[in-house]
Structures are given as C-alpha cells and as structure tokens.
Design a protein around this ligand. Structure first.
Ligand SMILES: [Zn+2]
Length: 277
C-alpha cells in the first residue's frame, strides 16, 4: 500500500479560515487526513528569498498592509482560525518554526547558535500548546533550511522532521550512516531509532509549475516510493484574493484520483505504520 501525507504550510495569525475551506473543503468532506504546518508567531517583516516571488520580498502569505512590520503575531490572537482548525475531524498540526523570519541572510533555523534555536523552539511549542492543546511531534523547517545544531535539537524534541530533502552537509556525523542507507535503498526517509526524517518531491501545486508536467513528476515519484508527502501552500491557490481555478482543479483531480489506490495519513499515523507503535 502506498502512503500519502498531505501537508499544508504557513497557516498563521493572518490566515482566514475561508481560504482553507475553499482549498481543502473537499478533503474535509471526504474525511481525508491533512497535516497543517503552523507558524506559531509569524513576523510581519518575514521575507522570502524565492526567485519566483523576488528575493528579499515580503512572504506572500502576509497581507499587504502588514508586511514589513517587525513584530510577532501569535496565532493564539486569531480565535476564529483556531476554532476552525481545532474543529476539523482528521487533522494533525506540525510546528513550522517560530516566526518564519531569518536574520543576517540566514533562514530562521539555519543559525548554528544552540541558544537561539532552543529559545525559538521553546517559544514556538509554548504558543502551539496554547493553540491546540498538545505539544507538536513533527517539525517543518521554514524554507526547508536548518543547521546541524538545529537538527540535533529538533531530534531531541520531536518524533519527526518533514523536509524537502536531506542535505548531507547539514546532518550530524551520527546520522550519516543512516543517510547512506537511505540513498542506497532508494528510500525517501530515514529512521534513526524512533526519530523519522521524511523527504518530499517539492511543492508541485504552484502557479509557477506547468500543471501537466507537475502531475507527471508527482505520479513518477509516487510510483517510485512507498511514502509521498504532498506539500501545498493554501495561499498559492489565490491570486489577488481570487481562487486560481486551474490550479485548484488540478489539485482536486490529483488527490481524488489517489483516493482509491493510496492510504492517506497524518505523520503520527505514518510513524505507527513504520515503527508499529
Ligand atoms: Zn513556510
């Protein structure tokens, strides 16, 4: 059986529940589990280095009026969003950094300073617990970038790290053997004891991708792996507030097409399948 995990990134203080409903309503109706990577205290001055949006430009998930305000906005300040998310039947929440904002040209979790990373994790988990009533078990690094120090701390606090790909230059020496095993077996995940690191094929549902090409790449990836994490950004389905019909239809087609042949999971359910606990 193939396992599929749908992961939405970047839900934060400014996210409107209606946007999530428009994009993922069919997933909720079909009782398909979904994993939300939550930014606990997004910074209004968070920047992206993506060339698609223009390096150094405000993160596209921030509202135009707020961008550049160097201030944290805890998700606990948006009770409508929390009520919506917490009322969903089959969902799991993952920790997506603290404020999704880097410093000095580095992304948020690229710092090698253990104290800086520890402080971000403690604050992020604290807000997360207030919002969702339980501590997160899976971590998603903003922009998929992390330092060795961050990886060591994430491993000590979380059960899973969901990544784009494992960068061999950023893993501690102790994980290198597992990394080689993953490469040799053609897998896309590492089990280190009961710590799981998963890779994904990139964000396919983007206006910058050709829909047919994206569909072909995703089909090939699913055929080649037991586990596929499908990453989507709810905000990418909108252009100036208007839903991108072609993109959402492609997403719906792909997910509903996989319903008969794959099992959809949360990250904790995946750990249950792999580790049997
Ligand atoms: Zn993100």
């Amino acid at each position: 059986m193939k396992y599929i995990l749908i992961r939405d990134d970047d839900a934060n203080f400014f996210t409107r529940p209606e946007m999530l409903e428009e994009v993922y309503g069919f997933i909720f109706e079909n009782n398909i589990p979904i994993n939300f990577a939550i930014i606990p205290a997004v910074n209004g001055a968070a920047k992206t280095e993506s060339l698609y949006f223009g390096a150094g430009s405000p993160e596209p998930f921030l509202p135009a009026g707020i961008a550049d305000e160097d201030k944290q906005f805890p998700i606990t300040g948006n009770p409508d969003l929390l009520q919506f998310l917490n009322s969903l039947k089959r969902k799991e929440f993952l920790l997506h950094g603290l404020e999704h904002a880097g410093k000095s040209g580095k992304y948020e979790f690229e710092s090698e300073d253990k104290n800086v990373i520890e402080d971000k994790l403690v604050k992020g988990v604290n807000i997360f617990e207030k919002a969702f009533g339980a501590a997160p078990e899976t971590f998603v690094a903003p922009q998929d970038k992390y330092s060795k120090a961050a990886l060591t701390l994430i491993k000590s606090r979380f059960k899973t790290l969901s990544l784009g790909w494992v960068d061999s230059s950023r893993i501690p020496f102790g994980l290198y053997c597992r990394y080689l095993q993953m490469k040799l077996t053609g897998r896309n995940y590492i089990c280190d004891g009961k710590f799981l690191i998963t890779e994904h094929p990139g964000c396919m549902f983007s206006k910058f991708m050709d829909i047919n090409e994206m569909s072909r790449i995703l089909d090939e990836y699913i055929a080649a792996h037991q586990i596929t994490v499908i990453v989507a950004h709810h905000w990418e389905f909108f252009e100036n507030g208007i839903l991108n019909r072609d993109l959402i239809n492609a997403f719906r087609r792909k997910i509903t097409g996989l319903m008969n042949e794959c099992e959809f999971l949360t990250f904790s359910e995946l750990r249950g399948k792999l580790f049997n606990f």
